[in-house]
Design a protein around this ligand. Structure first.
Ligand code: XMP
Length: 535
């Protein structure tokens, strides 16, 4: 079990989980907790380090989040980022003010390499990011001061560091871009080391956890898997558990993890709700059913009509999501009753689902049905979400640790509400068939063209019908939308550049082979401003 823990105290910033994830990438276990976490609890958790996050407030705001000054007396190293840095300055007697010029975006920052945080920085163009990791392109410099690109996003700034602090970074408009009090192990940066645009940010966080917190790096994804298996065993005891299995990466990883933890106390229920991709029901059954490689209790429930009836006439996306989410739970409850005495429901919820459903206190983008789409009343004693803190690529790593075959771990994600949110407007059996067939052709052609590395790609059905001409006759049919995006965390995404001839081929085949479609469009939108799915 990992013994070293770094706590991220959440003051409302957007990048809080990203900080945790970067620390975990340094092989140190890290969890995000609200800034209301009590000092007693922190002492109990015995962390090796604490990181104060950024946040949208000003330290002078009436309701701005804060923390007791006692935290600085614990002897635990602290790193404040952005708002977190201003809060440290404010609490310890420095001066925070509105900056004469706000800094936003990539900014050249002059850093003092004598600081433990910055000792191995090489500066500016001499470092670059390869596969998420910052590498030194040239030999480290022995200059004391280097200029390195950092991501700034602030209107307030630290105008004066508190007494005793040393200023270790600045920009022409920000006199205290970083400061520290090494005797008390307190460090602060106005910029965000956790975002990729801070070219040497990973090094800074690594310096904090290794050089300041003196961690040894005892955490790996395998520790996460082992710890989670232990925790699940303790929680479940000899109780029975039902796993909501969709066959997608997240729920598959959750199912295999749970099966390793509690064996046949687990039953996986796969609901074929009539909103799956073409042939998908049979494919999932082939992997997790009795003829597959896993020794699981597996139940497939075919209930297409039931879902279509509930969705009839409903067009509003959030309503559709809630209906699908609720109906799923009702099916699981019914199956649980048949099994008898099931206390726990397992879901493969991952971190972006939590955030986009607004449960991480940011705005609701859409209610991912396995989180925000849950009905108020759920007939299970508890819901277990073992992957809730992980990003998609971390879930894939966990899947590999569990020995799940590469083709399953690398499956592109498929949302819980399925084609229900890829059909704009009312869902009908006819539209489901159209989108299934179009999507099948699209996937087939992408595979034939040997295109790999796409984050997610699929066909969706717009609610638009338009006039066309086919075989000298007028048509008035649906438009299919093709989407393909590059993304690693699914929080942001860019439209992929699919070769034009591949798109043309897909368009031709869809129009010729799928009845009811006379137009095919390619969606160029990135996220933001769009989202990956249509609804
Ligand atoms: P969006 O459309 O929000 O999607 O940009 C981000 C990622 O999440 C998937 N997604 C969902 N997954 N339940 C899920 O399990 C949902 O309700 C849901 N909605 C979107 C989507 O496919 C993409 O990978």
């Amino acid at each position: 079990m990992a013994k070293e823990l770094v706590i991220v105290l959440d003051f409302g910033g957007q990048y809080n989980q990203l900080i945790a994830r970067r620390v975990r990438e340094c092989n140190v276990y890290c969890e995000v907790h609200p800034h209301t976490l009590s000092i007693e609890k922190i002492k109990e958790m015995n962390p090796k380090g604490i990181i104060f996050t950024g946040g949208p407030n000003s330290v002078y705001g009436e309701d701005s989040p804060t923390y007791s000054k006692e935290i600085f007396e614990l002897g635990v190293p602290i790193l404040g980022i952005c708002y977190g840095s201003q809060l440290i300055a404010h609490l310890l007697g420095g001066k925070v003010a509105t900056a004469p010029v706000s800094e936003y975006g990539k900014t050249e920052v002059e850093v003092d390499k004598k600081s433990l945080l910055f000792g191995n920085l090489v500066g500016g163009a001499e470092s670059k990011i390869v596969d998420d990791v910052v590498v030194d392109v040239e030999k480290p410099t022995d200059k004391d001061v280097v200029k390195t690109i950092c991501w700034m996003s602030h209107t307030d700034y630290i105008a004066e560091a508190p007494d005793g602090f040393t200023v270790t970074a600045k920009t022409p408009v920000c006199p205290v871009a970083a400061m520290e009090l090494p005797e008390k192990k307190i460090y602060a940066t106005q910029f965000h080391p956790e975002v990729m645009h801070t070219v040497e940010g990973v090094k800074m966080l690594s310096n904090f956890v290794y050089k300041v917190c003196e961690c040894s790096g005892d955490w790996k994804m395998s520790s996460f898997v082992e710890d989670t298996i232990k925790q699940v065993r303790e929680k479940v005891g000899d109780g029975k558990v039902l796993c909501a299995l969709s066959g997608g990466v997240d729920s598959s990883v959750a199912a295999v993890l749970l099966s390793k933890a509690i064996g046949k106390q687990l039953t996986c229920v796969f609901v074929d709700q009539g909103l799956l991709r073409k042939n998908e029901g049979d494919e999932v059954e082939a992997v997790f059913g009795p003829d597959g490689p896993y020794d699981l209790n597996f139940i497939r429930v075919n209930c297409q009509e039931r879902f279509y009836e509930k969705l009839a006439g409903v067009t509003e996306p959030e309503r559709k999501r809630k209906i699908i989410g609720e109906e799923f739970i009702r099916v699981f409850e019914e199956e649980a009753k048949k099994i008898g005495a099931v206390d726990f429901l397992v879901q493969g919820t991952i971190y972006p689902d939590v955030i986009e459903s607004g449960l991480g206190k940011s705005a609701v983008i859409k209610s991912h049905h396995n989180v925000g789409g849950l009905p108020d009343c759920v007939d299970f004693k508890e819901i277990i979400e073992p992957l809730r803190l992980l990003f998609k690529d971390e879930v894939r790593k966990a899947g590999r640790e569990l020995g799940i075959p590469e083709y399953l771990v690398n499956r592109q994600p498929f949302p819980g509400p399925g084609l229900g949110i890829r059909i704009v407007g009312e869902v009908t059996a006819e539209k489901v068939k159209i989108v299934q067939d179009a999507d099948f052709i699209y996937r087939e052609e992408i595979a034939k063209a040997g295109i790999t590395g796409l984050g997610q790609y699929f066909a969706a059905l717009s609610n638009m019908r338009s006039v066309g001409v086919m075989g000298d006759g007028r048509t008035y049919d649906y438009a299919v939308v093709l989407r393909a995006v590059n993304t690693s965390d699914f929080m942001t995404a860019e439209c992929s550049e699919i070769p034009f001839e591949v798109l043309q081929k897909v368009m031709n085949r869809i129009i010729n082979e799928v009845k009811g479609v006379n137009r095919v469009m390619y969606d160029l939108t990135s996220k933001p401003p769009g989202t990956i799915e249509m609804e």
